[in-house]
Write a protein of this length. Structure first.
Length: 517
């Protein structure tokens, strides 16, 4: 029997925890850190390097050092988000044959799932070193607002890493579990989770060991990486004004700017000013160029971050409305994610909910601790706590006039199963094309296409006499299965699935069978 661990696979940093003697323990990595940078470096010779050693290599080999790959997982190469990312990334983003966003490094093209699996494998190895036993199962936390493709891609990454995912647990729900260690009274809790790449807000009712998610919302492309990128572009513009050089086109200079921006952001969370000094950042026509910015004020960073901070309110308002609550009904606001250390973020949360947020949990470790708690429940090591989660997106079928007929509404408790009856568009039609979409727009094409299902063998006759029963089933991981059958015969008809992206199951199995790199 193998051990089950809890994993927070983060955009910037990842964390792994396990239950010991009934209590969660955060596991240190080989460098002694409680969190591991989600960074993978591909040296010219040898195996890939993961974590802090890889992050140190970024200044030397920026084009071969991959970070923030979670922001690419489950996304298409031509999407606006990927185009925005590409502006300030030193490494290459390429289009896979199916249109997914992949990474080009040292003459090879790798999926985000493969790169994420290397981070997961490193966390798995740290756990095995600590426990002195095999680890084969995990509870993996994902952003609550992750869509179907992103959830499946995360599960595939874990399988490639040699981990069986016992459950994909929404990050705010995991954090609420960690908070529940200290808060035992019945309460309405808002979990405000802003990390490196995503923002989630979940409203929970917690009482007597029951964690019921009332509503969730978020933005899967909003986080500290965006503020870092905007800060980097500001610093690059300053340098260009001083020296005439465009640093965004220089991978090494770009990486130095990025690290300086990250460090300045951390310092400005505890100080009102900081200094940025980057000697020999580039070479111009007149020789070496030095960049220096003395007394950079906190208010400058806040002004740069303002467009992103302003986007935090709408998801919170929507989640409260969907939960049927007002801000005054919330008893506790819990901050999760490294970006919540930024004073301006704390001020936004306090303004939205009308109360000061609480800091009783470590924002970097809470999600992993909550995932470990759930791992302990599944292994019988921890007293069971009932988790009642919801699906973040509405799911439906494209019907006449390109409308989306919703089968399962957002914030429906999962697991869930719903069935709707549809009819062919034409008389004597012997098949129907069922297109499944995810999103909130009434117009199906403006939502995300999940897949196409062809149902064949319909009986000839008037369309009014043909009834196609389409069933949507969402499991506890938030993953969707769709089946269809024709009612007249009462027999299920074969469904052909035409996936729109991600790794094929056979490819995941092949990668999982390869020796660890």
């Amino acid at each position: 029997m193998t051990r089950c661990i809890g994993i927070d696979l983060g955009t910037t940093n990842s964390c792994v925890a396990v239950i010991e003697r009934g209590k969660p323990t955060v596991i240190h990595n080989r460098e002694g850190g409680r969190t591991t940078p989600s960074v993978v470096c591909f040296p010219k010779e040898g195996t890939p390097i993961v974590g802090q050693p890889a992050k140190r290599q970024a200044l030397i080999t920026p084009e071969e050092t991959i970070y923030a790959v979670k922001r690419l997982i489950g996304r298409k190469h031509g999407s606006p988000e990927v185009k925005e990312l590409a502006r300030t990334l030193p490494y290459k983003i390429l289009a896979a044959q199916n249109g997914d966003a992949w990474v080009g490094v040292r003459e090879q093209t790798l999926s985000p799932q493969e790169i994420s699996s290397m981070v997961l494998r490193s966390l798995k190895q740290s756990a095995e070193d600590y426990l002195s036993e095999t680890v084969g199962e995990a509870i993996v936390a994902v952003p609550a607002y992750f869509n179907e493709a992103q959830r499946q891609a995360t599960k595939d990454a874990a399988k490639i890493a040699g981990l069986e995912v016992k459950r994909l647990l929404n990050e705010p729900t995991a954090a609420a579990l960690a908070y529940g260690l200290r808060e035992q009274r019945a309460a309405k809790i808002a979990v405000f989770d802003l990390g490196g790449g995503t923002f989630d807000i979940s409203i929970l009712d917690v009482a007597g060991g029951v964690f019921e998610v009332l509503a969730t919302h978020g933005d899967t492309f909003l986080g500290g990486e965006d503020i870092d990128r905007a800060f980097v572009e500001h610093l690059a513009a300053d340098c260009k004004q001083q020296s005439g050089l465009e640093l965004l086109e220089n991978p090494v200079a770009l990486q130095r700017l990025r690290e300086a921006a990250e460090q300045a952001k951390r310092e400005l969370s505890i100080s009102m000013t900081t200094s940025i000094n980057l000697p020999f950042i580039a070479v111009g026509a007149d020789g070496p160029v030095h960049f220096q910015s003395d007394d950079t004020p906190r208010m400058l960073l806040e002004a740069i971050a303002r467009p992103y901070l302003d986007r935090l309110e709408a998801p919170c308002v929507r989640a409260l409305k969907d939960a049927g609550l007002a801000a005054k009904d919330i008893d506790h606001v819990v901050l999760v994610g490294g970006m919540t250390r930024m004073p301006a973020v704390q001020e936004v949360a306090a303004r939205i909910f009308g109360r000061a947020p609480e800091k009783g949990v470590n924002p970097d470790e809470a999600v992993a601790i909550g995932a470990a708690m759930q791992a302990g429940v599944s292994a019988g090591e921890v007293e069971e706590q009932l988790l009642l989660d919801v699906t973040p997106h509405s799911l439906g079928i494209r019907v006449k006039s390109d409308r989306m007929s919703v089968v399962i509404k957002r914030n429906t408790r999962i697991p869930a199963r719903e069935t709707r009856i549809f009819q062919p568009a034409e008389e004597n039609q012997d098949f129907v094309l069922l297109e499944v979409f995810e999103g909130e727009d009434d117009a199906a094409p403006r939502n995300r296409l999940l897949g196409k299902f062809v149902l064949e063998g319909l009986p000839a006759g008037p369309r009014s006499q043909v009834h196609v029963h389409v069933s949507f089933t969402i499991d506890v991981n938030g993953l969707l299965t769709v089946t269809a059958k024709e009612a007249k015969s009462g027999q299920a008809t074969a469904v052909r699935i035409q996936p729109g992206g991600g790794l094929a199951a056979a490819e995941v199995d092949r990668l999982a069978s390869l020796p660890a790199r």
